[in-house]
Design a protein around this ligand. Structure first.
Ligand code: ZN
Ligand code: ZN
Length: 267
């Protein structure tokens, strides 16, 4: 029973990630249209009727835009914290979501959804109550950490021991600094409650590296202040500073903005 992950869309324009086993199918966020999610799922042979839950990280529109449509159409339970649920409902474009679909969760608690144990954990980001998630099945672990402005020992502890890490590499600091974003936005992105830069992402991966880590997927790239080759090379350059990291045994990829990324299966 292998754990699987496939990014359906990733970036500041919309996020949705599939995680599952042969028995359970989950989505993390749904910040793209219901139609795009259905297409992404059909590309990996998953029927939307079999989705067991949508796990929400936070209420920013690039993470929740498509939640209402999917939840109503397929009656999918929505796992999130109470504060995020309330903030989501304030975002009018997602429409009404039946209250009985809300599954309240708390950071640092384990929740079994069939044969996957999910654990939300707190992150630093400028949302009402942001969380990230780890997924465990037997001795395998996949972690997703995007929209984190920085990390501390707590976050490192949560992510440690993963076989697959889906990590934000949002921007190149120099591109952001010289780019056309207004000053307040630059300041927000660079702050400890904004997003991880390529370099910080590399440093976090170096801290988390051990021999169980086989795949790193870089995601949530900024459209304005990053591009896939740059994110990949920047992270690799950071990792090259650490002789204990066996880059030949580490598969590093970049999640596509609008299309399915490779389906990574952990066995
Ligand atoms: Zn956000
Ligand atoms: Zn985001």
């Amino acid at each position: 029973m292998a754990l699987k992950i496939c990014s359906i869309a990733s970036g500041s324009s919309g996020n949705c990630i599939y995680v599952g086993t042969d028995d359970v199918n989950l989505l993390v966020d749904s910040g793209i249209s219901g139609k795009k999610v259905e297409l992404g799922l059909s590309n990996i042979g998953v029927n939307p009727n079999t989705i067991d839950g949508i796990l929400i990280t936070h209420e920013h529109s690039d993470h929740i835009r498509g939640v209402g449509v999917l939840a109503r159409r397929y009656k999918i339970p929505i796992y999130t914290t109470k504060k995020t649920w309330e903030a989501m409902l304030d975002y009018k474009p997602i429409g009404k979501i039946p209250t009985d679909l809300f599954m309240g969760i708390y950071p640092d608690e384990d929740y079994a959804i069939k044969d996957i144990i999910i654990q939300p954990f707190k992150s630093f980001h400028d949302a009402i109550d942001p969380v990230c998630y780890t997924f465990r099945n037997k001795d395998k672990k996949i972690s997703i950490a995007t929209d984190i402005g920085c990390y501390d020992e707590y976050i490192v502890e949560k992510l440690y021991g993963s076989n697959v890490l889906f990590i934000e590499a949002n921007h190149d600091v120099k591109l952001l600094e010289v780019g056309k974003y207004p000053y307040y936005l630059k300041k927000r992105i660079l702050s400890d409650i904004g997003h991880l830069s390529n370099e910080k992402s590399g440093e976090l991966i170096s801290t988390l590296y051990n021999e169980t880590l086989s795949h790193v997927i870089l995601g949530h790239l900024s459209q304005e202040n990053n591009f896939p080759e740059l994110a990949y090379e920047s992270v690799k350059t950071v990792l090259l500073n650490y002789p204990h990291i066996e880059l030949d045994n580490l598969n590093i990829s970049v999640a596509s903005r609008n299309n399915n990324s490779e389906l990574v299966v952990v066995v």
